[in-house]
Design a binder for this molecule. Structure first.
Ligand code: NI
Ligand code: MN
Length: 227
């Protein structure tokens, strides 16, 4: 299984015959290294919350590939109002669903989820993270979140790979993410959501130095790790 960091919070998981993209913020992502192969043959588009740096190119990618979008019910409604032909699986916090590639669970995230269009803000429901089981591996993408003790519950899920925000300002910073790793106890952890914009500057090596139990893998945009 190949897990590629596309920059910011965008992650591509390729396993079995599936190609799952999470938070596909690409076109306007200043650190994304464009590679048309990334979005070729996408089967699933997962969206953690309605902020523009997470919804990103979700609609275009889903349409181009006839992919299934998985999001909370409010985002599903918003996206359907934009394009009624989109194929969307709506879920909500704490819910787990069996899908073709395995299972998806929506985990809590401490954040906002307003959807902005033409200077208006629409209710994007509750933000989430995703706990995925794919090909016998368990992957957690935290979405945008502050440190929350709920993360302690994830310890029981025996996570192989976690994607955690470290950039601060809108999410956990390095020190809070270090505590999150202690709660979650993933085998491997990839820091995300840092150094994309001025407000979220962070040093991933500082994070790596401070984490003791898990293997911290620092990926530059476009780089991948294998499970
Ligand atoms: Ni956000
Ligand atoms: Mn964000």
């Amino acid at each position: 299984m190949k897990c590629t960091f596309l920059g910011h919070a965008a992650v591509l998981i390729e396993a079995l015959d599936y190609k799952i993209i999470i938070d596909p913020f690409l076109t306007h992502n200043p650190v994304y290294k464009k590679n048309d192969r990334d979005i070729d043959g996408i089967t699933h588009v997962l969206i953690t919350h309605a902020h523009g740096d997470h919804v990103g190119d979700a609609i275009e990618i889903a349409k181009k590939n006839n992919a299934l979008i998985i999001s909370n019910a409010e985002i599903a409604t918003i996206l359907k109002s934009i394009d009624r032909d989109l194929n969307i699986h709506a879920m909500h916090i704490g819910g787990r669903a069996t899908v073709d590639f395995g299972t998806v669970k929506m985990t809590p995230a401490l954040h906002g989820s307003g959807y902005v269009e033409n200077d208006m803000i629409y209710d994007g429901g509750t933000p989430c993270g995703f706990l995925l089981k794919v090909a016998d591996k368990t992957i957690y993408h935290a979405g945008d979140t502050g440190l929350t003790y709920d993360m302690k519950l994830l310890e029981n899920s025996l996570i192989d790979l976690a994607f955690l925000p470290i950039g601060g300002n809108y999410t956990m910073d390095v020190d809070d993410a270090v505590i999150a790793v202690d709660f979650i106890k993933p085998d491997k952890v990839v820091p995300i959501h840092y150094n994309t914009f001025d407000q979220i500057q962070a040093d991933p090596n500082d994070f790596k130095d401070k984490v003791s139990q898990s293997d911290v893998i620092i990926l530059n945009p476009g780089e991948y790790t294998e499970l």
